[in-house]
Design a protein around this ligand. Sequence first.
Ligand SMILES: O=P(O)(O)OC[C@@H](O)[C@@H](O)c1c[nH]c2ccccc12
Length: 261
Amino acid sequence: MNILDKITADKRKEVDLKKSLIPINQLEQSFLFERQTISLTERLKNSASGIIAEHKRRSPSKATINQNLNVQDVAKGYENSGVCGMSVLTDGKYFGGSLDDLILARASSNLPLLRKEFIIDQYQIIEAKAYGADVILLIAAILSKEEIKQFSTLAKQLNLDVLLEVHNEEELHKSIMPSIDMLGVNNRNLKTFEVSLDTSKTLSEMIPNDFVKVSESGISTVEAIKDLKQFGYKGFLIGENFMKTDNPGESATQFIQNLEK
Ligand SMILES: O=P(O)(O)OC[C@@H](O)[C@@H](O)c1c[nH]c2ccccc12
């Protein structure tokens, strides 16, 4: 079993348990369920920097990135830095995140928020909305074409944007459909953790122009962004490079200043 198989097997158990504890109609009563969502896709189209900054304490590939920060401070810092959006890991077991992180980020910033989660059930999409997300992530490697269609259609009905993540050509081909807003290419192979920005570069020309292209993972320099922009990328998802510092918001501020020079 590779790590992605393990994560999804655990996730199924977690979601089944949650479903038995908190029914969907209870989630729909959250006051955040009625909130007007903000489109990350539109922001990225009109942004010079295109940075989406992530809150990530740890990951299967890195045991500790930063455990000492307060998610509200991170969210405020990111907002002040001028990033386009924030990604919040909500997986507990492998990434040390939670839905509380999402709600706290919502309470302390007006950025479009991406729920960074391994979505394998429609329940998690309703949950994302109930906890204040604006965008969901769908990972092609763990979903069938039919699931991608169903899940993205539900997200659109809830006014959530959809970022569909791929890592290779096969995943890309099964994912291209009108209910997707953004196509993210993960430079990290989630099965082996190998990282290469060449993945974004190679897949870029196969992505139709009507999707906003996002390059994810392993980005740590402004040069990398300038390079990826030549391949049509509009969005850049950065986690560790900011989170490994004492002040991620300040790091993002400096990064964006350097990008604009
Ligand atoms: O910390 P990095 O290398 O900048 O990566 C951020 C983000 O792309 C990464 O956390 C990520 C991309 N896709 C995912 C899917 C699940 C969990 C995490 C991820």
